[in-house]
Design a protein around this ligand. Structure first.
Ligand code: NAG
Ligand code: NAG
Ligand code: NAG
Length: 421
């Protein structure tokens, strides 16, 4: 080799030979020396003319090289390692072959010592073409193949030719994984569910949903998760290309609200599972209804504001007020996150004493269920002229009003004439 280099330098000096011509000279030199592995004629992008069948070397000791299984995902990249155990200056060429082909599909050429910092890469256009790149400076050196195709599946071999040491080979069985399609979710009548909401359901309803997955190699596992926990990985239907897994989730309860139902299809650890999730929406009945601080007694003909609050309903409860059977309509609603508050404005009359006010909370989406609370009115007023006449408040009669209020508060105690009917 040293003599070759010397000769090259000599020739270059002598003839002032331009660099591009040098490889041609070299190639001829190689073919004359009959060197093994000179599969490529240097500088020319294409399988070499000389010694191609030699170079393949699918025969002999290479056949005994252990095969490593490598999985790759269609459309993604894969790196096939080809460890170079000696410094690059001892390397002659690295060649990649497919199956039993005698012609390499990739060559990495450092035969030209002078141009070692610019090794020559060549990738057969009919195999990987620009999708493949050999990274000789990574640890280990790898052949990176991008955008893996289905037909890339096969046996690959890398062969490292050293200048002096023995050739090394590595074999790979590349399996191309085809991801399944996105799962489709069907309701119990076989209609496709769109969006990401399941329901709304009511308490006690069953959830019956089917996950359908098409395609995938190897066959994907199709499974259901609820809130991230695996609950069902039994397929009910499997016709090879179409797999269905039906989930029966009986009797949903209030605390199942916002549960996440996820169907996953997976056939490799190399990529995320394909998945589709739904969030359970529910219609819930109100849990609580109460009148807030009802006045223990009220003065006739005076206006009062009383609030009633209900929570637990979804959507928010509708609150209605009744006096006996008659609905009271002078109300104002205030709806917050999970509670409804309704304020009733009314003027009790002396006739109302002993009657009941009802606050009813209901969710019209939930069949026939409502909650009620009642409050018995205690109305007081002022008798004059020996119980012959009730005082009515004239507008602006502040003094009297104040007096009656005081009477109301001290009912049956301080003022014997102020009493219930
Ligand atoms: C390569 O792997 C596939 C499975 O992916 C297997 O069927 C085949 O027999 C393997 N071939 C060799 C030569 O190991
Ligand atoms: C969901 O979308 C698919 C396709 O876009 C459509 O055929 C189907 O009718 C939709 N399902 C419902 C329940 O709207
Ligand atoms: C209403 O919401 C609050 C906070 O958002 C929660 O603490 C409370 O438990 C809820 N009440 C009911 C009855 O769901």
């Amino acid at each position: 080799m040293a003599t070759l280099t010397m000769w090259k330098i000599f020739m270059a000096l002598l003839c002032g030979m331009a660099l591009p011509l040098m490889p041609v000279t070299l190639a001829r030199l190689h073919s004359t020396t009959g060197g093994g592995g000179g599969g490529m004629s240097s500088g020319v992008l294409g399988p070499g003319s000389g010694g191609g069948s030699n170079a393949g070397g699918s025969t002999g000791k290479d056949a005994h090289v252990k095969t490593k299984d490598v999985d790759a995902v269609e459309g993604k990249s894969v790196s096939l390692p080809c460890p170079i155990t000696e410094p690059l200056e001892n390397v002659y060429m690295v060649l990649w072959f497919r199956d039993n082909a005698g012609i390499p599909l990739y060559s990495f050429d450092v035969r030209d010592k002078e141009a070692r910092d610019q090794p020559r890469h060549w990738s057969a256009p009919e195999v990987f073409g620009s999708r493949a790149k050999f990274h000789f400076d990574s640890q280990p050196a790898t052949l990176e193949i991008k955008d893996i195709k289905r037909h890339d599946q096969g046996i690959y071999r890398c062969r490292v030719d050293f200048r002096t040491s023995q050739t090394q080979s590595f074999r790979f069985n590349l399996s191309v994984i085809i991801l399944p399609e996105q799962p489709i979710i069907l309701d119990r009548w076989g209609r496709q569910l769109n969006g990401s909401q399941l329901g709304p359901k009511q308490e006690g309803d069953d959830i019956v949903i089917t996950c359908r997955v098409v395609g995938g190699r190897p066959q994907p596992q199709v499974r259901w998760l609820v809130n991230g926990l695996l609950v069902d990985n039994q397929n009910e239907h499997n016709s090879g290309d179409v797999i269905e897994n039906r989930l029966l989730w009986p009797s949903v309860q209030r605390n199942d609200l916002n549960s996440v139902f996820t169907c996953q299809a997976l056939n490799t650890q190399l990529d995320k599972p394909k998945e589709k999730s739904f969030i359970l929406d529910m219609h819930l009945k109100p849990l609580v209804v109460r009148i807030l601080e009802p006045p223990s007694s009220m003065i006739a003909d005076r206006r009062y504001e009383v609030a009633c609050e209900s929570s637990g309903s979804r959507p928010n409860a509708i609150i209605t007020w009744y006096k006996g059977k008659r609905q009271l309509r002078r109300t104002k609603d205030d709806i917050s996150k999970n509670s409804t508050r309704s304020e009733l404005s009314f003027v009790p009359t002396t006739d109302d004493d002993g009657k009941s006010i009802t606050c009813r909370a209901e969710n019209p989406n939930v069949n026939g269920l409502y909650l009620e609370t009642m409050w018995k009115l205690n109305v007081v007023w002022w008798w004059t002229r020996g119980r012959a006449q009730r005082i009515r408040l004239a507008k602006g009669d502040r003094e009297r009003k104040r007096e009656i209020e005081r009477v109301g508060n001290e009912k049956n105690k301080a003022m014997p004439t102020a009493t219930k009917r």
